[in-house]
Design a protein around this ligand. Structure first.
Ligand code: IPE
Ligand code: IPE
Ligand code: MG
Ligand code: MG
Ligand code: MG
Length: 303
């Protein structure tokens, strides 16, 4: 990916990290009642790639035409990272994937205990709605925009999105009759939906047209499926230190994955084709080069 573009993506991610670090809603002391918040801050602290908020910021840039998005756009984008982090805390718990490393550190339940991790996940599941409504209450976005964002996030993260996908993922463990169609549906729900929310966040805050929103969703759906395919490949092929989480976790849990059905090389090719389809969807928009290259770079990622 061109240096110019990777520099912009890193600076978006740095800005996101800074907001997450400084945010008043994530301040805590060391009293017993602050323990869940401390675990939330631990789980959120740097180490994640910040792909979801970066997508939101970049779709804002694309459809608003503004080079420097206002601070509230980054702040709203943090709602996506917070929701994603809640899903990771619970995903790693012994009742789900039972993984003891995340983002290069002991998983939240390992560092803080299971009950505390459960509460931290609960806290982070709710926090985005406080954050988004606060942005509207202080007048940076209209109430209508806030309602749209809240609706997009809750639909894609909730029972008809990420939670449903996570449920299918658990249900699929130990099954030997799982094929491409099931894995595609499961991945759309558990991973793709949060990427759809991310791209739509930027589009909605930029005042995009329905056609532009549709393009954002098509891009996200393709990138999302490719993203989960590569996640499955990395679980087999990656170096755990680079990855920041355990490898061979899916095999250990007897989870059917794209790496099983396509093989690791075939799965990489499939992810590349999906990234190309995502990039193709944005060709009609001038200024979309960064997002097009970003989609392609995600298919060759090693972490
Ligand atoms: C991991 O997401 C979980 C999936 C949905 C595949 P990421 O690979 O984006 O994890 P972080 O946020 O960079 O840690
Ligand atoms: C998780 O998928 C998707 C979520 C919604 C958290 P995985 O279980 O494959 O994600 P990793 O590999 O643990 O990051
Ligand atoms: Mg999982
Ligand atoms: Mg997992
Ligand atoms: Mg995985």
């Amino acid at each position: 990916m061109k240096d110019k573009f990777s520099g912009i993506i890193s600076s978006d991610a740095e800005k996101i990290n800074k907001i997450l670090e400084d945010h008043a809603l994530l301040r805590c002391g060391d009293s017993p009642k602050d323990r869940a918040t401390a675990a939330e801050v631990y789980a959120l602290s740097a180490g994640g790639k910040r792909i979801r908020p970066v997508l939101a910021v970049e779709f804002y840039r694309l459809f608003s035409g503004e080079k420097e998005p206002p601070e509230y756009v980054y702040e709203a984008a943090c709602a996506l990272e917070i929701t994603h982090t809640f899903s990771l805390i619970h995903d790693d718990m012994p009742e789900m994937d039972d993984d003891d490393m995340r983002r290069g550190k002991p998983s939240t339940h390992v560092a803080f205990g299971c009950a505390e991790a459960l509460l931290a996940g609960d806290g982070l599941a709710i926090l985005p709605y406080e954050l988004l409504s606060d942005i509207a209450l202080r007048g940076d976005i209209s109430p209508d925009t806030a309602v749209r964002l809240i609706n997009i996030l809750s639909q894609n993260a909730g029972n008809s999105g990420m939670i449903a996908g996570q449920m299918l993922d658990l249900w699929s463990e130990e099954r030997t009759d799982i094929g491409e169609e099931f894995l595609t549906e499961m991945s759309f729900l558990k991973t793709g939906c949060m990427l759809i929310a991310s791209c739509l966040f930027g589009a909605v805050m930029a005042g995009a047209t329905p056609e532009q929103e549709q393009s954002a969703a098509i891009y996200a759906k393709n990138v999302g499926l490719g993203f989960q395919i590569i996640d499955d490949v990395l679980d087999v092929t990656a170096d755990p230190t680079t990855l920041g989480k355990p490898v061979k976790s899916d095999i250990g849990r007897h989870k059917p994955t794209f790496a099983d059905i396509y093989g690791t090389d075939g799965a990489r090719q499939k992810a590349e084709a999906l990234s190309e389809a995502a990039a193709h969807e944005l060709e009609k928009y001038p200024g979309s080069e960064l997002l097009r290259e970003f989609a392609l770079s995600l298919a060759s990622r090693n972490k």
